[in-house]
Design a protein around this ligand. Structure first.
Ligand code: FES
Length: 156
């Protein structure tokens, strides 16, 4: 190996190191910038979490022992098929919407009364997934539900 090869290798290694440093600085800068999560003025309260069971292409959620026991109650459902916001709208009816915020994909984990609140930038959605307050502009996807023997089934 010639001294020219070594010099070229050192130059390339140095250039790569500098480039990765610049890239890292960009990431750190982006994290400090306006796109980073900020606390909304009124973040509401964190919803309880229920585990959903992925079964036959649907997600089943047991109501007993959760906030869904009562009309008006809501929970965040985690499952291998995704995360959902589920609320009880009447004795035998429920609402289920995608819990991934349409703004920058944070999980919507909070509620302020009947309004879901994204903890990242404060977007608010009603229980049908419609945007009540931005910065999100697109509604959350809504899913059909059924209720049998104490289990809410979210039809995917
Ligand atoms: S990710 Fe920005 S408001 Fe939800």
């Amino acid at each position: 190996m010639s001294s020219t090869d070594l010099s070229r290798r050192r130059f390339c290694a140095g250039a790569c190191h500098a480039a990765s440093g610049i890239a890292l600085a960009s990431v750190v800068s982006a994290c400090k910038g306006g796109d980073s999560p900020t606390s909304p003025n009124n973040p509401g309260v964190t919803l309880g979490v229920s585990q959903g069971r992925f079964t036959n292409g649907n997600v089943d959620v047991t109501v007993a022992g959760t906030a869904l026991n009562n009309v008006g109650g809501a929970v965040l459902v985690e499952s291998v098929a995704g995360v959902f916001l589920v609320s009880r709208t009447a004795d035998t009816t429920f609402s289920a919407i995608d819990a991934v915020c349409s703004h920058q994909s944070c999980t919507v984990t909070n509620a302020d009364g009947d309004v879901y609140v994204c903890p990242c930038h404060g977007s608010r959605y009603d229980r049908t997934g419609r945007v009540v307050k931005g910065p999100a502009m697109a509604s959350l996807r809504r899913f059909n539900t059924s209720f049998t023997n104490g289990v809410v089934t979210i039809a995917l």
